[in-house]
Write a protein that binds this ligand. Sequence first.
Ligand SMILES: NCc1[nH]cc(CCC(=O)O)c1CC(=O)O
Length: 310
Amino acid sequence: MRKIVIGSRRSNLALTQTDWVINELKKHTSDYEFEVKRIVTKGDQILNVTLSKVGGKGLFVKEIEQAMFDEEIDMAVHSMKDMPSQLPDGLKIACVPEREDHRDAFISNDHVSLDELKEGAIVGTSSLRRGAQILAYRPDLKIQWIRGNIDTRLRKLKEENFDAIILAAAGLKRMGWSTELVTQFLEPEVCLPAVGQGALAIECRESDQELIDLLEKINNEYTATTVSAERKFLSMLEGSCSVPIAGYAVREGDEIVLTALVSSSDGKKVLKTVKSSKDPIKAGEEAANELIKQGAKELVEQAKKEMEDN
Ligand SMILES: NCc1[nH]cc(CCC(=O)O)c1CC(=O)O
């Protein structure tokens, strides 16, 4: 019997997601044994600075991808939103299972809604994207960086000087937290999710056809298609991890409808567009081209300069 070794970050969320995938695979086959191998990534080690300042997305996947090349592991389960838009040669996203909740979850002390937070209240997030959209919606609020896993952030909400925090709903739900904890789920109109938020990316060697055939069984066509539109948009604005960037696609009839956003970190300048196409790649390209036309590249350049100055 072949043993499939799955690399996972050691965070509770990563391990939970990996276990979920193993369970899904076991529904389709009993021909394999599965083993989880924990891998520490750079992103797990650096917890005290804004991720966008130390290299952004790739931080959570590099060591895991190396382990795949070295054949120490056969596959890995990633949060799609942590995946850079370009994969190294020789690896592929073999399948995209059904997406969990795509929304951001707003959690406040005493369950005060975003609209009813007192003037100047402090919202904790380490995401430029969330911070900018909250400020665009409520310019009077203060954004304060917060890091750590879900438990740490919830503890900081209670113990430190935060009035509210924002987390991915998907993370909470996958970890089995009660949704009663959540004051409100932010709809994409208020806070457009990160590209791929709530979805998983299962990565393996391009040459491992046997594993690719197995993973195909838990691919979700709707999620794979809509996420491909979001990621095409992201790839055309790659290098933009210094600016807030967001994208979320749905299917309406036979069209993929992609909403895409790039903004300044202070939320004062928000570029947003909605593009539809039967072809998800085309929807992604058109959204990117439209935002570039509106000045997205200039926003990126400006943000890079500000970061170097700081
Ligand atoms: N950036 C870290 C990260 N990567 C994936 C998730 C949650 C699950 C998901 O969005 O798919 C989180 C935590 C968060 O943003 O609150």
